[in-house]
Ligand binder design. Structure first.
Ligand SMILES: Cc1ncc(COP(=O)(O)O)c(C=O)c1O
Length: 459
């Protein structure tokens, strides 16, 4: 990277010292990880759990609200929040109650519960789409909505933007190489896919490229986040969403908005905050308060098209053919719906969002002030409860610019420095999430450690 504003040798020196500090403070986590190496393929139940800035992950003892304790007794302010899975805090009492109550009355029976109707009504009220289904993860929901889009359009291709991430969805695992050619994403096996047959890749904010790609009229759906959030944050340029909606409509392509991360924007996600009009809306992770779940909603007009292809049993569809490729025995079970209901009813409230956004705004302002104070050519982006900084003077326009603004070693150095001072950031980029239980003192604890880190890195 060209102008990081930091001397690379300082990064190295800091990182080495912080690694030693980290190792000394986490003997039990280290020992457990050593054991895990002979039990798990990559040492942990999910291999990315090992991707933290230290040489091994900390092992969780317990977490509540915005706080987390590891097995060595170290306490943290948690700004990672399970990489958004716990966006509304850990062990929130009303969610815990709902989960315990339902677990004692049966977890899964492949039968609907009344909670499910409350949930569907609330989703419709919040997000403006009338018909809903569930999935066990956002990845699954995205796979299902792609299937729906192909079913109703009879088209095969999915259009995604360079720098996207929508979970483990094979069609989306592509990126541009240095020559602007679509290639399988680095480190992701193509899994037998010939992406030229399944996928169109366009640069985010490139309206002309989008028009060219859609004009061939073989694209079933565009799958995108309202802004890219998984490669740092790439905001939509003014007019981009209007063009995206108009062009997808013009060319008979369905528009899917994946709000799994951008739900930090507000109680109705970016869709409501920015007045967006997707055909399909996807939301995973935090919606179930940590219980694996996702929801997707469709417009009435699209529901009618779906019923033409696959009629419901009360309109002549075969009751024997209900699966139709949308798997998931545990989908929408009683426990999941109780957890989603409690999350929507008690935690994803307007009042909580006001608090989260207020503290996130303060965090963003303080981080920006520290960056300015040290004359660093970096910038800060905030969407509601989420704050993120990148090592470029302005927000990237697309995935290529975002990639150029990343610096793995510097990210690790900052994350480890903060971790050693009791503040957790997500290991994948400089994202900070504010949950309802976070307090101003927690923000100040972060700021103090971040200031100390920049003093050392930037002098
Ligand atoms: C925007 C978006 N969609 C989907 C997913 C996939 O979620 P999961 O891993 O829970 O399936 C992610 C995961 O980070 C995501 O960021």
């Amino acid at each position: 990277m060209e102008n990081l504003g930091i001397d690379p040798t300082r990064i190295q020196v800091l990182l080495e010292r912080e690694r030693e500090t980290f190792a000394a403070a986490h003997p039990r986590s280290r020992a457990l990880f050593e054991r895990g190496k002979s039990a798990y393929l990559y040492g942990t139940p999910l291999h990315w759990m090992g991707a933290w800035a230290g040489a091994f992950p900390i092992f969780l003892q317990e977490a509540a609200g915005a706080r987390l304790r590891d097995v060595d007794g170290n306490d943290y302010v948690d700004l990672c929040l399970g990489d958004t899975g716990a966006m509304f805090g850990h062990a929130e009492p009303q969610i815990v109650d709902a989960i315990c109550r339902q677990a004692g009355r049966g977890v899964t029976a492949m039968l609907p519960t009344e909670d499910g109707l409350w949930v569907a009504d609330e989703l419709a009220r919040r997000f403006g789409l009338p018909y809903w289904q569930l999935a066990t993860s956002a990845s699954d929901a995205n796979r299902f909505v792609i299937r729906l889009a192909r079913m109703v359009t009879g088209r095969s291709k999915v259009l995604v933007f360079d720098g996207n991430y929508h979970g483990s969805v094979d069609e989306t695992q592509v990126e541009f190489d240095d020559h602007g050619e679509m290639v399988p994403r680095a480190n992701v096996h193509p899994n037998g896919m010939d992406h030229r047959q399944t996928t169109r890749l366009v640069a985010f904010n490139d309206v002309d490229g989008l028009e060219r790609a859609l004009a061939q009229r073989d694209v079933a759906c565009v799958l995108t986040e309202p802004l890219l959030t998984n490669i740092g944050m790439v905001p939509a340029a003014p007019g981009f969403h209007a063009a995206l909606r108009a062009l997808t409509q013009k060319h008979g392509t369905l528009l899917i908005l994946d709000e799994t991360h951008t739900i930090s924007t507000g109680p109705g996600g970016a869709t409501r905050a920015f007045g967006l009009h997707p055909d399909i809306f996807v939301l995973g992770k935090a919606i179930g308060g940590g219980i694996p779940s996702a929801v997707y909603g469709v417009r009435r007009r699209l529901a009618e098209r779906i019923w033409q292809v696959k009629p419901p049993p009360w309109a002549g569809g075969s009751p024997k053919n209900q699966h139709a490729g949308f798997g998931g025995t545990l989908v929408g079970n009683a426990l999941t719906l109780a957890a989603i209901r409690a999350t929507l009813e008690h935690v994803m409230t307007d009042a909580n969002y006001r608090h989260m956004t207020e503290l996130a705004t303060r965090l963003a302002q303080d981080v920006e002030a520290l960056i300015r104070e040290h004359r660093l050519p970096w910038h800060v982006t905030q969407i509601g409860a989420r704050v993120e900084y990148m090592f470029t003077p302005r927000a990237p326009l697309n995935g290529a610019e975002a990639r150029a603004g990343r610096h793995a070693l510097l990210e690790s150095a900052i994350h480890l420095f903060l971790m050693n001072r009791g503040v957790l950031l997500t290991p994948f980029h400089n994202m900070m999430l504010v949950c309802p239980a976070l307090e101003m003192a927690d923000v100040e604890r972060h700021n103090e450690a971040f200031r100390e880190c920049l003093n050392e890195l930037a002098g």
